[in-house]
Ligand binder design. Sequence first.
Ligand code: ADP
Ligand code: MG
Length: 306
Amino acid sequence: MWNKTSKSVETARIIKAAGREGYFPAPQGRKAGGPGARVIAVASGKGGVGKTSLVVNLAITLAAMGQRVVIFDADLGLANAEVLLGITPPYTLFDCLYGSKDIEDIIIPGPCGVRLVSGGSGFLELANLDSERRQQIIESLSYFDREADFLIIDTGAGISRNVLGFVAAANEVIVVVTPEPTSLTDAYSLIKVLSMFKIHSEVMLVVNRAGDEREAVRTAQKIEKVVGQFLQIRVRVIGWIMEDRLVSQAIKDQEPFSMFHPHSPAGQSISKMAKYLITGQHQAGEWSPPGSGARSFINLLARLFG
Ligand SMILES: Nc1ncnc2c1ncn2[C@@H]1O[C@H](COP(=O)(O)OP(=O)(O)O)[C@@H](O)[C@H]1O
Ligand SMILES: [Mg+2]
């Protein structure tokens, strides 16, 4: 367990402000995707933990498995999914909000059939959106109901209104953590906000940059334990990616590892997660850590009614 005290002050402040200012769309109307598109937001609290790398490689892998995938880069003003994909979008959300483009005009084709909506880079306006424009973007997500099987939303660091608005608009959320204590506390703060506002009843968890499998399991268990103890939200561990030079080199080379090295350990980890997302099931023999899935649900029920 780690010391949560300093973070809980900040989280409490955000929760208070959120209640006052109506951070989130109403829960009933918040699902952007219908039966057509699954809208999955990837968030973490802490920056630099591997969200964009996960989004890009997961998107490519899902597309290789026959899914229609759109990446929606909601790290507004600091978007870099395009950098990892090695493409230069002619238009971004900036052109939608402040120019004359519609959402369908700014969808860019990327590798393996993945398509991208860029959040724009270097635009201060995007990083500090007013609530009306933020709502305008969030509503534009419904366009993808017919256009995609998976809409994967990459979010920025922190638990700002921009981040929480997109996480609230998604059907599902993946929280990325690394074994570092700062990543764990920030992920906990994010999950706490999601739980307090009943934005999601479950989060999927991916452990990134683990030194080995034991560290990955320990990291996931720390989150499961503290969430299980203090929050009414389920954590479903969907996989891990090891600390791997191939991953950082792929980013430097702008050549996603899932495309160029699909059989690498990192490529295989992503492939398992993609299969899990499509089928809803871990494959036989794959990692199912103690406390995840049905077991943690039963524990949750025991806590609620015990
Ligand atoms: N599994 C990994 N192994 C080694 N380095 C990684 C791994 N995942 C991410 N990184 C490093 O972390 C950096 C930040 O990754 P990024 O996906 O941009 O994070 P975020 O989107 O959360 O800010 C990358 O540039 C890369 O160097
Ligand atoms: Mg990023």
